[in-house]
Design a protein around this ligand. Structure first.
Ligand code: AQP
Length: 332
C-alpha cells in the first residue's frame, strides 16, 4: 500500500515563533514517527511576495533550515528542502495561474489582511496561493498539516487541482488540510485578537521568537494582555482572549486535557501564576531547540549538504509531474 504523503511549508520571512512551532512544525516532527512520506519546504519564493532585503533573506533561509532540524526534522525521515532550488515550483505556478480565476484569489482572507497592512502590494502577493497550490499538488500530497490560518489556502489548492483535472484529465490528488485541534492558532500576546506572526508585531512584545533570550520571553509573557477578571478557565468570550491564548499554549505544550489544565490553576488568585507557569513550560520547550540550533547554524557546509539531499529528492518527484502538466496542456 502506498504511504500517505505529507507536504507543508514555512516562509523564511523572519524568526520562527511559538505559533509556527505549536501550530505546524511540532506536528511535522510527530509525523516522522508514523508511516508517512514527508516533504517539508522552506518556501523562500513565497517570502519574496513581500519584497525582502537579499542579505537578510539569505540569512533567514539558513537560519530557518537550522531551526527546522533543531526542532527535530531529520533529513533521513523527511525531505527538507528550499523551494527556489527546485525549479518545478515556479514553473507549476505559471501553469496553474492559467487555470485560476482571479476572483478566487481576491477573496482570500490572508491577501485581504496583508493588503490592509502594507503600503504597496505586489502581484505576487495576490498569486501566493497559486504558488502554494503548486507546492502541494506537485507531490500528490494527501495531507497538508498547517495552522488554521492556512486552511483556506489548502481548500483553494483542492479547487485549483480539481479544475486542472477537469480541463486536462486526471493529474493531481486533492489534498486535505490537517489542522491540529489545539495550538492551531496561537495569538499575539499583546493583541490576542490577532494571530502571532513573523512579519507583524506592532509593539515588539507580542511574538515569542524561538531564538529570543529567556529574559525577553519571560517579559513578553508577563506583559501579555489579559482581562480585569481572575478566572483561569477556557472561554469563547472575546474579553478573555488573552487568558484563553495563554491556557492554549500551556495545554499544547503539556499535552494535558482542558479539565486538567484548569485544575492546575484552581484556587489561584489573579493571572500572575498562569503567566509564571506558561513562561516555565515555554522556556523548557525552547531551551533544547535553541541549543541544537546553535550546533546546526555553526556548520554551514553540513547544513547545505542536508538541504542538497532534500532538493535532489524533491526534484525526482516534482520534475516529472511538471512535465506531465505541460504535455497535457499542449506544450511541445
Ligand atoms: N499564530 C499561529 N498559530 C498557529 N500556527 C501558525 N502558523 C503561522 N502562524 C501561526 C503556521 O505556521 C506555518 C508556517 O507559516 P508560514 O511561515 O508559511 O506563513 P504564515 O502563516 O503567514 O506565518 P507568519 O508567521 O504569520 O508569517 P508572515 O508574518 O511572514 O506571514 C503554517 O502552517 C501556518 O499555518
Amino acid at each position: 500500500m502506498n504511504k500517505i504523503r505529507v507536504f507543508s511549508g514555512i516562509q523564511p520571512s523572519g524568526e520562527m515563533h511559538l505559533g509556527n512551532y505549536l501550530g505546524a512544525v511540532k506536528q511535522w516532527v510527530e509525523n516522522q514517527g508514523k508511516e508517512k512520506e514527508n516533504f517539508y519546504c522552506i518556501v523562500d519564493l513565497h517570502a519574496h511576495t513581500i519584497l525582502r532585503d537579499p542579505v537578510e533573506l539569505r540569512d533567514n533561509i539558513r537560519s530557518l533550515a537550522a531551526m527546522l532540524f533543531a526542532c527535530g526534522l531529520s533529513h533521513e525521515k523527511s525531505t527538507v528542502f528550499i523551494q527556489s532550488q527546485v525549479r518545478a515550483h515556479a514553473e507549476a505556478c505559471w501553469l496553474l495561474n492559467c487555470v485560476t480565476p482571479m476572483g478566487w484569489l481576491e477573496r482570500m482572507t490572508q491577501f485581504k489582511d496583508k493588503k490592509e497592512k502594507l503600503n504597496s502590494i505586489s502581484a505576487a502577493l495576490l498569486d501566493y496561493p497559486v504558488l502554494q497550490t503548486g507546492d502541494i499538488i506537485l507531490y500528490d500530497a494527501d495531507e497538508v498539516p498547517v495552522g488554521e490560518d492556512q486552511k483556506q489556502h489548502v481548500e483553494l489548492a483542492r479547487d485549483i487541482a480539481q479544475r486542472f483535472n477537469n480541463l486536462f484529465g486526471e493529474t493531481f490528488k486533492l489534498p486535505e488540510p490537517i489542522i491540529p485541534t489545539i495550538g492551531a492558532r496561537v495569538m499575539n500576546l499583546s493583541n490576542p485578537t490577532s494571530k502571532m506572526s513573523k512579519s507583524f508585531d506592532e509593539d515588539d512584545g507580542g511574538v515569542v521568537g524561538l531564538l529570543d533570550d529567556d529574559s525577553k520571553i519571560v517579559k513578553s509573557i508577563k506583559r501579555a494582555v489579559t482581562d480585569s477578571g481572575n478566572d483561569i478557565v477556557f472561554s469563547d468570550d472575546p474579553e478573555k482572549a488573552g487568558v484563553n491564548n495563554l491556557l492554549g499554549i500551556y495545554k499544547v505544550i503539556t499535552g494535558k486535557s482542558s479539565d486538567d489544565v484548569e485544575k492546575d490553576f484552581e484556587g489561584a488568585r489573579g493571572y500572575g501564576i498562569l503567566k509564571e507557569k506558561v513562561a516555565e513550560v515555554v522556556l523548557e520547550t525552547i531551551k533544547p531547540i535553541r541549543e541544537k540550533y546553535n550546533e546546526y547554524i555553526s556548520d554551514k557546509s553540513e547544513l547545505d549538504r542536508l538541504l542538497d539531499i532534500g532538493a535532489e529528492n524533491a526534484r525526482l518527484i516534482s520534475e516529472p509531474k511538471v512535465l506531465e502538466m505541460k504535455n497535457k496542456m499542449g506544450f511541445i
